[in-house]
Design a protein around this ligand. Structure first.
Ligand code: PEP
Length: 256
């Protein structure tokens, strides 16, 4: 049985003060849910900007909420100005790391090969790589969704060591739905997730059964439950709505 995961990608947002308030609200709300028996066994994680990771570690280390970096470097260490390594992520208690978010692919030119290297580095270091994949609006309109997503995933399956993929999480995030307020319909999400699981099954049946596939793209408290109802949807990667405590808590509840 795959445990649902709800993860908040805070992107380049926040201040010491807002991060503190967000974490307080989140942990208080989740504790209350547990007391009231409102949420079953789910995992919750947050991805703050790297500058807040120490603050997040301090605040969350005695809770069940995990945290991670939004990106890691392809290299192990050295002259890579502006980057953070898997060893640094581990040193600050990160459990997960986002890899290949569409903003990194589009704005910073990350290639499928870079993404495969990062997944491998993260996985081998014992971090959970959350591999983000998804098609642009143009690609969807051309009927190329499955082809694009398959290319992105195959690059990882082919180039990352198998032992780095045991805990892999995939986030299906149609680019046209990220930060736009447009959301894939529950049917579109389930269809894409089923295709991803089918692709994984061609590679390794056990991996297909255990890999959690999250949906991301304008998930909100108001649409989370219907999207998460899909048989192959194992939770969500949430951007904008993860900055609003109440909305994020509603999303967590929908996953549990
Ligand atoms: C994301 O950035 O991963 C994301 C899904 O953003 P949003 O929820 O704002 O669309």
């Amino acid at each position: 049985m795959r445990k649902p995961l709800v993860a908040g990608n805070w992107k380049m947002n926040g201040s010491r003060e807002s991060v503190s308030a967000l974490i307080d609200g989140l942990t208080t709300g989740l504790t209350q849910f547990a007391k009231d028996g409102l949420v079953n066994d789910i995992e919750v994680a947050v991805f703050p900007s790297a500058v807040f990771v120490q603050q997040v570690e301090n605040a969350l280390s005695s809770t069940n909420v995990a945290w991670g970096l939004q990106n890691i470097c392809t290299a192990e260490s050295g002259a890579y100005t502006g980057e953070a390594s898997v060893a640094m992520a581990k040193d600050f208690g990160c459990k997960l790391v986002l890899v290949g978010h569409s903003e990194r692919r589009a704005i910073y030119g990350e290639t499928d090969a870079d993404v495969a290297t990062k997944v491998e580095r993260a996985g081998l270091a014992g971090l959970v790589p959350v591999l983000c994949v998804g098609e642009s609006l143009e690609e969807r309109q051309e009927g190329r969704t499955d082809e694009v997503v398959a290319r992105q995933i195959k690059a990882v399956l082919k180039n990352s060591a198998p032992e780095s993929l045991t805990e892999l999480v995939i986030a299906y995030e149609p680019v046209w739905a990220i930060g736009t307020g447009l959301t894939a319909t529950p049917e579109q999400a389930q269809e894409a997730h089923a295709a991803i699981r089918g692709l994984l099954a061609e590679h390794d049946a056990d991996m297909a059964a255990r890999t959690r596939i999250l949906y991301g793209g304008s998930v909100k408290g108001s649409n989370a439950a219907e999207i998460f109802a899909g048989a192959d949807v194992d939770g969500g990667l949430v951007g904008g709505a993860s900055l609003d405590v109440q909305d994020f808590l509603t999303i967590c509840r929908a996953a549990g």
